[in-house]
Design a binder for this molecule. Structure first.
Ligand SMILES: [Zn+2]
Ligand SMILES: [Zn+2]
Length: 195
């Protein structure tokens, strides 16, 4: 009689363990499903993956670069629209002049127009490795803030249709007169230019 009781007890315990195990599996599955169906990048599935990557990269650069005052230096009541590619200050629309793919404040458009500009270095930028780009942009700003050394960075996107991807290149320009100086400074940065 006692033996039968033990047997029933053992069977009950086994069933209990089985039920608990099953519950664990169910909870685990549910959690996993929630994770994969969470509103993530899936929302952007209509955007080409390379463009999504570009957006991500732009967000990263934006987040990691210290912003100057957002008000126009000439019109303190106006919120700046874009930064001047030379001095990095935000200016309102009225104070900016577009040139090539960039914008310059009136003063620095004059500087750009009255000098010959040459390419110093090109840096390929990736989402995984945007540090070099961030470093170049920050350092370029420091050269200006400290020594009034004028440089600008043009961004190029190379679209490779055959292999279906977009590459981003940051191209640093300096005046021809200051090329040697800027070249040396770039070498001191540890950012391995493309060429
Ligand atoms: Zn400027
Ligand atoms: Zn202004």
């Amino acid at each position: 009689m006692n033996q039968a009781l033990y047997l029933i007890l053992a069977i009950l315990i086994l069933i209990l363990i089985g039920v608990i195990g099953l519950l664990f599996v169910l909870v685990f599955k549910l959690l996993k499903q929630q994770k994969t169906s969470a509103p993530s990048e899936e929302l952007n599935s209509s955007i080409h993956p390379d463009i999504a990557l570009r957006i991500q990269e732009a967000k990263f650069l934006k987040k990691n670069i210290k912003k100057p005052s957002v008000f126009c230096p000439n019109h303190p009541e106006e919120v700046g629209e874009t930064t001047c590619a030379i001095c990095g200050k935000f200016f309102c629309k009225a104070c900016l002049r577009p040139f090539k793919t960039m914008h310059f404040c009136k003063e620095h458009l004059g500087l750009v127009m009255s000098n010959e500009w040459v390419e110093v270095a090109t840096i390929k930028s990736h989402t995984d490795d945007a540090e070099a780009g961030v470093k170049l942009i920050e350092t370029k700003q420091k050269w200006w803030d400290k020594d009034q050394l004028p440089t600008y960075i043009e961004t190029h996107y190379k679209i490779n249709i055959d292999q279906d991807y977009i590459e981003t290149y940051l191209v640093l320009f300096s005046t021809k007169a200051q090329l040697a100086e800027v070249k040396l400074k770039v070498q001191d940065l540890d950012i391995t230019p493309e060429s």
